[in-house]
Write a protein that binds this ligand. Structure first.
Ligand code: NAP
Ligand code: ZN
Ligand code: ZN
Length: 347
């Protein structure tokens, strides 16, 4: 067992505190990673505040993890000491079910093992990346291309793959009109990736305060959802809408923006339901879908795609001591566009 420094939530209402967590001894297929940076995803906040259900406190969250391999188990072949690597939202799956064998481990029919708050194979509760080290099975460790600065690579492990996967699945590309709702951590990556895939991209943000940034990320159009005229101007416009909003939205209004056979995909995961009036789907034969992160092979594909295309998240690097303040800023949509913890400040 390795005892390592970490930041943990102790209850739904108290600030996160410094503590330690235990990492298991290195098994034959395990990799020990010295973490350099960990991104702050809104899912971390939903989780620690108990918005998605019961929480095994004390809990260390964080599933946008990058660092270097320091040690490998006897049978590890995929990674070596010194490698730049990343870990995303899952650290294991059954590997046998139809979805795992199809490379869709995120949809493991026996439940994938989340990077935090899940029961690990040794019966302990998994603890996430706001910590100095982590031990992970080699098959769930990604290679981080050298051209992506390590701090900017961290958010790709969740925000990057969560937007890349539905954009790729629903064929965002030339000739497709794509809207991204909400320009936070996921949203700004959705914009950059959809632009790189060749789609015509529209940002739907609450206000126009980030319009210049959206355009700098390559979006051709930018509208404020606080202006009711947006929903009449853009009626029947989009082939694909990627919703990244962490709170409930008026589904009828957004579904009305889809053109014939258009699809609205929610990756945003508000604790409350998103009620749909079926008549909003009848018009234009619209679809309402959801999407969860991405498989391991697809996550590697996304990292390589971002490296090749020179795409990286916009990050604000913070000290470990600033996490609670960062959470408050995320909740106020005051994030440009992902907070990333410098884990050296936790050693
Ligand atoms: P984030 O950085 O807080 O971004 C969310 C954005 O939504 C905000 O920046 C804001 O954009 C907009 N927004 C926030 N509150 C709103 C409201 N009340 N009404 C309308 N718009 C609002 O969060 P994130 O880290 O990108 O995560 C977004 C959501 O995706 C969270 O629910 C998270 O749990 C979920 N998620 C899901 C997956 C998955 O696998 N499906 C993976 C990761 C995260 P504007 O300021 O531009 O309006
Ligand atoms: Zn996440
Ligand atoms: Zn499985």
């Amino acid at each position: 067992m390795l005892t390592v420094n970490a930041i943990a939530a102790v209850s739904a209402t108290e600030p996160l505190v410094r503590t330690t967590v235990e990492r298991r001894d290195l098994g034959p297929h395990d990799v020990l990673i010295e973490i350099a940076y960990a991104g702050i995803c809104h899912s971390d906040i939903h989780t620690v505040r108990g918005e998605w259900g019961k929480v095994p406190y004390p809990l260390t969250v964080g599933h946008e993890i990058v660092g270097h391999v320091t040690e490998v188990g006897a049978e590890v072949t995929k990674h070596a000491a010194g490698d730049r690597v990343g870990v995303g939202c899952m650290v294991n799956s059954c590997r046998e079910c139809d979805n795992c064998t199809a490379g869709q481990e995120q949809y493991c029919l026996n439940g994938n093992t989340g990077t935090y708050a899940a029961v690990d194979r040794d019966g302990t509760v998994t603890q996430g990346g706001y910590s100095t080290h982590v031990v992970v099975d080699q098959d769930f460790v990604l290679r981080v291309p050298t051209s992506i600065p390590l701090e900017a690579a961290a958010p790709l492990l969740c925000a990057g793959i969560t937007t890349y996967s539905p954009l790729a699945h629903w064929n965002a590309g030339p000739g497709k009109n794509v809207a991204v709702v909400g320009m936070g951590g996921l949203g700004h990556m959705g914009v950059k990736i959809a632009v790189a895939l060749g789609a015509e991209v529209t940002v739907l943000s609450q206000t126009l305060s980030k319009k210049a940034d959206g355009e700098a990320f390559g979006a051709q159009h930018y509208y404020a959802t606080s202006d009711p005229a947006t929903f009449t101007t853009l009626k029947n416009s989009f082939d694909l809408i990627i919703n990244t909003v962490s709170a409930p939205i008026d589904m009828s209004a957004y579904l009305g923006l889809l053109r014939l056979d258009g699809t609205f995909v929610s990756v945003g995961a508000p604790p409350e339901p998103l009620p749909v009036q079926v008549f909003s789907l009848f018009n234009n034969r619209r679809s309402f879908a959801g999407s969860s992160i991405g498989g391991i092979a697809e996550t590697q594909e996304m990292l390589d795609f971002c490296a090749e295309r020179g795409i990286a998240p916009e990050v604000e690097v913070i000290d470990a001591g600033a996490v609670n303040e960062a959470y408050e800023r995320v909740l106020k949509s005051d994030v440009r566009y992902r907070f990333v913890i410098d884990i050296d400040t936790l050693r």
